[in-house]
Design a protein around this ligand. Structure first.
Ligand code: EPU
Length: 433
């Protein structure tokens, strides 16, 4: 059965109700981390470069995967799911117009533009939607496509990129480091007629994973994981089954949970070396951590030490791990600083943490001062985005009293069955409609 017909629409009105631990540190057990949202989405897009079948394992059951699958099916592809295995058949991709409504719900839909342009010579799409975390322009994508010989036309909110006789080689410098920008141009470049060099490229593990996937299908890519990526022309073949890397943001969130409220929490099925910057912050805060091959064990300390955290492109501290770590800062004794250097709207959610009793002052759109330790109190909150949603859940777990967190569908975009995993380690949580 195709995935589009299997899609379970999440109830837009559902919420999570959490009974707080009132500061007690009683969570205990193991919590598994699933495949990375931000790795599986570009891999699904890359499958469109291949005239055949791509099998992807360790795929999380999250709403964003369903939405991207629906978009791919509207383009003539076929996506099926069997447990955590997803198969994308892109033999008959003919559509070059990305569904407007679906693309508006998913910023990551932009990654489809690279493969569609490379494969069909044209792509039409709206300015993609996504989280409310600040301005998210697409100027770098456009400039990159132009460097590869494409023509860009813009009608209102719709863009058409065309390169009827194929993309050319080229040398492109990203004036701002962009993760999906790097991924999209890397995919577009694989089928170009000449060598493409991407400079000041993103170095995130998801970029490296995408290059590894493309290489498994025959692509010639050097330098992924460094600022300069070189892509040589080639034609692709069906790759062997590919397994999605663990979600480092989910892992960071669970580590923050352990540091906040666990007697002992084992965060498992992870790649610890993707989490160096997060582990560094936790160690500086005085959190006891034990690392092994594919797991990290974490305990909540007696007292958390205040720190200065600055989000940064990889290998720096990830912006998506900022909201859960912010909750931890509210529990540190003394003054901490959070500098959000990537997104100018990301600090907005802290207003809700203040409502729960946190002492957070946004000094600018990029800097907040946090004074702790605060006793958080349960509250009714609606989440504006995936990552703020998890921060609210963490705050609700530490708080005194009951909290209701609305917008569960946003949390479902990035976290599979979060309530089951949290309740298995002792969180009192229920989903209600
Ligand atoms: N930017 C531009 N022009 C562009 C593209 C980006 O100015 O054409 C700017 C952005 O405004 C931002 C900065 O560049 O200030 C970095 O944004 P980037 O393009 O790297 O973000 P993204 O690729 O759209 C991905 C993740 C985000 C994550 C960021 C940063 C995916 C699907 N999304 O977004 O994940 O926050 O990188 O690491 O990979 C999330 O998962 O919740 C999420 C928002």
């Amino acid at each position: 059965m195709s995935i589009a017909t299997q899609v379970r629409y999440n109830n837009l009105m559902s919420s999570f109700v959490i009974d707080g631990l009132a500061g007690k540190k009683t969570l205990k057990g193991s919590i598994p981390v699933y495949g990375a949202k931000n790795a599986v989405l570009p891999t699904m897009a890359a499958a469109l470069l291949i005239k055949g079948e791509t099998v992807i394992d360790n795929v999380p059951g999250i709403a964003d995967v369903h939405v991207l699958a629906q978009i791919i099916e509207k383009l003539g592809g076929f996506v099926s799911r069997d447990g955590s295995r997803l198969t994308v058949n892109a033999r008959d991709i003919t559509g070059s117009v990305i569904d407007h409504t679906l693309a508006k719900t998913l910023r990551a839909s932009i990654v489809l533009t690279g493969p569609l342009l490379a494969r069909l010579g044209s792509v039409t799409f709206p300015h993609p939607g996504g989280d409310l975390i600040g301005e998210r322009p697409i100027d770098l994508f456009m400039a990159g496509f132009k460097t590869l010989g494409a023509e860009v036309t813009e009608t209102g909110e719709t863009y058409t990129i065309s390169a009827p006789s194929g993309l050319t080689g080229g040398d492109f410098f990203f004036s701002t480091v962009s993760v999906t920008g790097t991924e999209t141009l890397m995919m577009a470049a694989v089928l170009a007629k000449g060598t493409v060099v991407l400079r000041n490229a993103a170095m995130e593990p998801e970029v490296v994973a995408l290059a590894d996937f493309l290489k498994s299908a025959g692509a010639r890519i050097d330098g992924a994981g460094t600022p300069t990526i070189v892509i040589k022309p080639v034609s692709l073949v069906e790759p062997p089954p590919y397994s999605v890397i663990p979600d480092r943001i989910e892992a960071a969130t669970f580590l923050a949970l352990g540091a906040l409220a666990a007697e002992e929490l084992v965060v498992e099925h992870i790649a610890p070396h993707h989490l160096d910057a997060v582990v560094d912050v936790l160690l500086r805060m005085g959190v006891p951590i034990t690392m092994s091959n594919d797991r990290i064990t974490v305990r909540a300390p007696e007292k958390l030490v205040p720190v200065r955290v600055r989000t940064h492109e990889y290998p720096g501290f990830p912006t998506d791990a900022h909201p859960p770590i912010m909750v931890l800062l509210t529990q540190a004794v003394g003054e901490s600083v959070m500098i959000e250097s990537i997104f100018d709207g990301r600090l907005k959610y802290t207003e809700e943490l203040v409502r729960m009793g946190a002492d957070i002052t946004a000094i600018s759109p990029h800097r907040a001062r946090v004074v702790g330790k605060s006793q958080l109190m349960g509250a009714d909150i609606d989440t504006p985005d995936i990552r703020a949603g998890l921060a609210f859940m963490l705050a609700a777990i530490a708080a005194d009293g009951k909290s209701k967190i609305g917008g569960a569908h946003l949390i479902d975009r990035g976290y599979e069955k979060i309530e089951n995993r949290l309740s298995a380690v002792g969180v009192q949580i229920a989903r209600i409609d």
